[in-house]
Design a protein around this ligand. Structure first.
Ligand SMILES: [Zn+2]
Length: 137
């Protein structure tokens, strides 16, 4: 189900809590909402649709929509300064990101994974991880 995008800074400032299999419908809604906003959006965190659970979705370099439950950044290399926009905010803001990252996460079935990303995909994931921590660019 496509959900409205939360723009309330107070709600967006809440830290996400651990996601479980019971939150699979939240991931499905996030994927639907990401696809519905394809022209303006490359990634979303669950609190952007009003659910403070640790789930993110994003579009990867191959244009596939991916999801992660309980993602954690475990390594980052080559920090650089950049500008980003956000569906929950107007305009763009300056921020610092790593060019290369490694994250751990779980699949919707609870399988633990470790994966590395670089470039734009790495940047999207860092933006969404910030959302989970209640940080907006
Ligand atoms: Zn955002």
């Amino acid at each position: 189900m496509i959900r409205p995008i939360v723009k309330d800074v107070f709600l967006l400032g809440k830290k996400a809590t651990r996601a479980t299999r019971a939150d699979i419908p939240v991931a499905d809604d996030l994927l639907d909402t990401l696809r519905a906003n394809a022209e303006a959006c490359v990634g979303m965190a669950a609190n952007m649709i009003g659910v403070p659970k640790s789930i993110i979705v994003f579009r990867d370099d191959d244009d596939n929509c991916r999801e992660m439950f309980n993602p954690t950044l475990i390594a980052g290399f080559e920090q650089f300064e950049t500008e980003e926009g956000c569906l929950s905010l107007a305009g763009v803001r300056k921020t610092k990101r790593y060019r290369f990252i490694t994250v751990t996460y779980e699949t919707r079935d609870g399988k633990k994974k470790k994966e590395s990303f670089f470039g734009f995909t790495a940047q999207i994931i860092q933006h969404e991880l910030d959302h989970l921590n209640g940080i907006i660019i």
